[in-house]
Design a protein around this ligand. Structure first.
Ligand code: WT7
Length: 665
């Protein structure tokens, strides 16, 4: 891990500014009166139950085929097992068990971006039928069985949760790759997870354009083949038959249209397979400090129990709610809080396909009004965009149905928090600022909406049973208000179990930095009231518009361009996205033209996806390194941010490098 020490330093002035901003906000009486957990006594009960028994409450929300006999097996840390001996099926818990009472209740309301297309309401009964039929196809046509991995590269379509739940039904481990990632990025994840089946879609809408998605599948399969992993079946869901297929022909014997295959599976039912609590449910790839993405492996029992419980208590889902998490299902947020958490609670969930400003900046608020959305979960980057677009857009819609607002993904600035509360929440909705990660699976730090007094900008307190601390790089606990590294000192049910196929990297990344604790990779401080303030990543991971990107993944994309000799990528503060991407590149050619910059930007987009689009490209004579050859990222960050002061440069190999970088602007 690079630079942890430097970046964990606290900026006292920044803290002082926070204090001035601070206002305490109590949950309103009307919210408290109806909250699922409004009673401090419940928290006390958790406290009395003591770790790990407190987590039983969450597991009790699920239907188990066989009850567990041990809440937590700690015999081989950090490979902890939760609800040991228990057996259950995630698809049964998210679908079948709701049929008796809620057969005709909407599970999903799918809103396509193109307003010319009709919205789709998928009831629990519809979902049951679709999940069963597709599970039969996975079993019979693809020959998949429990423990196999399958890669999904699907945009926001109603078929995506169907595929996930069909996999879960037969114990197949799904690995959904965010639809916006390139074919190449998808191919790398296919290789790592050793998937032989890829499930994709023909096309989707984004910002008014119908994008061909099938072509990415071809790239992905080709990329996987380079590493010797053969994808023998590509299943293509068609939303727009005939519109884009001409550009990307189907490969005979490999590519199949799902609608054509499904004719043979009409009316089929597949019994949900009883899975052991620790059986893997899915992989979710995330970026780390090397170019190779990490396949976080989540378990069936612990993950689902905690997803259900956190959605119920921390997002306060009630049977009558219309719940909308605006993340993409391709990220952990969508897995936990569009699919598994809400469905385990039998909720109605909105899924929106496209851009927040299409056809105009009022789109989100029209959806809230149209479906009377009551719970809305978004990211600070989106809130900052809403602020920029102006209060008139939300002002034109009736948002009175909203009763709880949430945020996740990055630190939220107090101004954005206050705007969210006032303009969207009419000062009556509690705001839950939820801190968690792909690895933690579910929410870890958050206000309990009917109980906790909130401070704008703080994710407040750990959930009961979650034990964070702020420590030095030597693992010593720090006093209140001192910035340090955020760690979790005890296991929790939805934690990642390992990195797929790489136990060593799992141990090294998360449990070796601060021995005995889970190292989150974030800097934070705790104030004297026990509230946590997240300060951002302390490793070489960027958080761009709430998306996690590895600087090294972008660097390796850059050096794969034939004219790039060396590259160093750092983040810099960005008004809307939180962090922007600045690339320092040394070239093998003299050319320093704007055209070449544009070409490099396009190259990174092609290699990784639009989310990794560099904001700045800077040509440099050489990348500054320490004597031991480490890229001087701190210096580059200072340069990228345009800060006057730079750190100690005495270890710089070549001062002229610094000088030339500075002159560049
Ligand atoms: C990183 C995890 C969890 C789903 C979305 C991102 C940052 C997350 C908050 C928050 C401040 C936050 C952290 C964390 N982060 N939530 N409420 N306040 N920072 O998942 O891609 O795994 O990224 O996002 O830096 O480590 P992810």
């Amino acid at each position: 891990m690079a630079d942890t020490e430097e970046r964990a330093e606290v900026d006292e002035a920044e803290i002082a500014a926070h204090w001035k901003e601070e206002e305490w906000i109590h949950p309103s009486e009307s919210f408290v009166a109806q909250a699922n957990m409004a009673d401090e006594a419940v928290l006390e009960r958790f406290a009395q139950d003591k770790f790990p028994e407190s987590f039983r409450e969450y597991a009790d929300l699920l239907d188990w085929d066989e009850p567990w006999h041990t809440t937590l097996d700690s015999s081989n840390p950090p490979f902890w097992n939760w609800f040991v001996g228990g057996k259950l099926n995630a698809s049964y818990n998210c679908v079948d068990r709701h049929l008796e009472k809620n057969r005709n209740k909407a599970a999903f309301i799918f809103v396509p971006e193109d307003e010319g297309e009709v919205d789709q309401v998928i009831t629990y009964q519809d979902l049951y039928v679709r999940v069963n039929e597709f599970a039969a196809l996975l079993q019979d046509f693809c020959g998949l069985k429990a423990g196999d991995r399958v890669t999904l590269h699907m945009p926001m379509t109603p078929e995506l949760p169907v595929v996930m739940l069909a996999c879960a039904r037969i114990g197949v481990i799904h690995s959904q790759v965010f639809g916006g990632f390139s074919g190449t990025a998808c191919g790398e994840r296919i290789v790592d997870s050793e998937s032989h089946v890829l499930i994709t879609t023909d096309a989707y809408w984004r910002s008014g354009k119908l994008l061909d998605h099938k072509e990415k599948a071809d790239e992905a399969v080709a990329k996987a083949a380079e590493s010797g992993v053969v994808v023998d079946k590509v299943l293509v869901w068609r939303r727009y038959p005939g519109k884009v297929s001409a550009a990307t022909p189907m490969v005979g014997g490999r590519d199949f249209y799902v609608d054509e295959l499904m004719k043979d599976y009409k009316g089929r039912r597949v019994a949900p397979l009883s899975m052991s609590s620790d059986a893997p449910l899915f992989l979710m790839y995330t970026s780390g400090t090397t170019a190779k993405p990490k396949g976080c492996q989540h378990s069936t029992g612990g993950y689902l129990a905690y997803a259900a419980g956190t959605a119920k208590y921390y997002q306060d889902i009630h049977p009558e709610d219309v719940y909308w998490c605006m993340a993409d299902i391709g990220w952990i947020t969508g897995h936990s809080y569009i699919v598994y958490g809400p469905l385990a609670n039998g909720a109605t969930t909105v899924m929106y396909e496209g851009a927040p400003n299409w056809p105009d900046e009022g789109r989100f608020w029209n959806i809230v009004e149209k479906y009377k959305v009551s719970i809305f979960y978004t990211a600070p980057t989106a809130i900052r965009a809403f602020i920029k677009w102006g209060d008139d857009w939300p002002g034109q819609a009736d948002l009175s149905s909203l009763r709880l607002l949430g945020t996740v993904g990055e630190p939220i600035n107090p101004e954005a928090w206050m705007w969210y509360r006032k303009v969207i929440g009419a000062e009556k909705c509690p705001i839950v600022d939820t801190w968690w990660q792909t690895e933690t699976g579910c929410i870890m730090l958050s206000p309990l909406p009917g109980v906790t007094t909130t401070k704008p900008g703080s994710c407040t307190m750990p959930l009961p049973g979650v034990v964070p601390d702020i420590v030095t790089k030597d693992g010593e606990s720090l006093d209140d208000n001192l910035g340090g590294l955020l760690v979790l000192k005890q296991p929790w049910p939805s934690m990642l179990r390992t990195l797929y196929g790489d136990h060593d990297r799992f141990l090294e990344t998360y449990f070796s930095e601060i021995p005995g604790s889970y190292f989150a990779g974030d800097g934070a401080r705790r104030d004297e009231d026990g509230c946590y303030w997240i300060m951002g990543r302390v490793d070489d991971v960027l958080n761009v518009a709430g998306h996690r990107l590895s600087t090294m993944e972008i660097e390796s994309a850059l050096v794969s361009h034939p004219q790039v000799a060396e590259a160093a990528v750092v983040g810099f503060p960005h008004e809307l996205k939180g962090e922007g991407i600045c690339c320092f590149v040394t070239m093998t050619v003299q050319d320093q033209s704007e055209e070449l910059k544009a070409e490099l930007i396009a190259h990174v987009r092609e290699q990784i996806g639009a989310i990794a689009t560099p904001d700045k490209i800077r040509f440099a004579a050489a990348v500054p390194k320490t004597r031991s050859g480490k890229i001087m990222r701190r210096l580059l960050r200072d340069i990228a941010a345009g800060r006057e002061e730079v750190g100690d440069t005495t270890t710089l190999e070549d001062y002229t490098v610094l000088a030339s970088l500075r002159d560049d602007e």
